[in-house]
Design a protein around this ligand. Structure first.
Ligand SMILES: Cc1cc2nc3c(=O)[nH]c(=O)nc-3n(C[C@H](O)[C@H](O)[C@H](O)COP(=O)(O)O)c2cc1C
Length: 297
């Protein structure tokens, strides 16, 4: 059955537009997030707790009350984020694809915030995890908090914002990201139909230190998603071991899944996710299979 071509976030703007508008906003106005906007965000989070790969997550909005913009200051973002009046925090229960599911679910909240004209920035490295966990009310057994998102009224409407946008808009060309049947043949976007837009939405997705670790191989109706790890990231690396930084590139992959699916559905292209490794030869040890979008299924 065909999915209706509405925006699954319940927004008036199509997902592709929200994706184009989103960027990492690191400077916020002191005014608190309006109560109505807070309500919309909270409602959306409450409705959204199971990831496409089966992990359970929960989210909360930590928002400063009117006249108390300093309330969240102590949370700690190492000076990267200026004046945020809110943070979206969350936790996911440990499971094989927990980090991908977390990225997928939290990016939906990010785009919902974008639709409410709020600025956001993912924080995976530059936040004091312990103080955020405390404000969240603690973690339950088996849960982790892989990343949080700052949120608030956009305060960088000048040259800084433009610079951030340009900085953040550096992206790899699609010929290095998307392939046909195997990793040797770049995908001809002209033959991707509605999926050309979904791929562009992946290309412009946010990723930790803008590494864009996603790779996609199309084989007919199957769109196989791979993670190409950056050296020094992920399990086993010194950073992971010493700083206990979560495997952020798997979160990036979940964000890419979110963008891909939202825009595919916007263009009326139905499908579903499944883990079905096709056994395509990998270009190197740094690349691993993660998940497949099965178009029409
Ligand atoms: C999982 C994840 C973690 C991130 N962690 C941080 C962070 O700790 N500090 C920060 O300033 N930006 C962080 N970012 C934002 C990225 O630097 C940003 O998305 C990327 O440079 C692309 O820019 P754009 O979001 O403006 O398109 C993170 C992004 C993602 C997806």
């Amino acid at each position: 059955m065909k999915e209706p071509a509405t925006n699954p976030l319940g927004m008036t703007s199509p997902a592709s537009q929200l994706i184009r508008r989103r960027y990492s906003c690191r400077t916020y106005l002191p005014e608190p997030i309006a109560a109505a906007q807070q309500r919309r965000l909270i409602e959306f989070m409450a409705a959204d707790a199971a990831g496409p790969l089966g992990s359970q997550a929960r989210f909360a909005l930590l928002a400063a009350a009117p006249g108390d913009a300093s309330a969240l200051k102590r949370l700690g973002t190492y000076g990267f984020i200026k004046g945020a009046t809110g943070f979206i925090v969350g936790a996911v229960r440990r499971a094989p694809n927990d980090l991908e599911d977390y990225g997928y679910l939290l990016e939906r909240v990010v785009l919902t915030a974008t639709g409410l004209d709020l600025g956001t920035c993912w924080l995976g490295g530059t936040f004091t995890r312990s103080s955020f966990v405390r404000r969240f009310g603690g973690l339950r057994r088996g849960e982790t908090m892989p990343a949080v998102v700052s949120v608030g009224l956009i305060g960088d409407d000048g040259s800084e914002r433009i610079r951030e946008r340009e900085e953040g808009s550096r992206r790899l060309p699609s010929s290095e990201l998307f392939f046909e049947r195997g990793f040797d043949e770049p995908l001809d976007l002209g033959r991707a139909g509605a999926y050309a837009e979904a791929l562009e939405a992946v290309r412009t997705a946010p990723s930790a230190t803008n590494k864009q670790p996603w790779r996609i191989v199309r084989d007919g109706a199957f769109w196989h998603f791979y993670l190409r790890r950056t050296k020094g990231y992920g399990k086993g690396s010194a950073l992971f071991t010493v700083l206990r930084i979560a495997d952020l590139q798997r979160v990036d992959l979940g964000i890419a899944m979110c963008h891909f699916e939202l825009v595919a559905r916007e263009y009326d292209a139905a499908g579903s996710w499944g883990v079905r490794d096709p056994g395509i030869p990998l270009p190197g040890q740094d690349t691993e299979y993660v998940v497949t979008w099965m178009a029409g299924a």
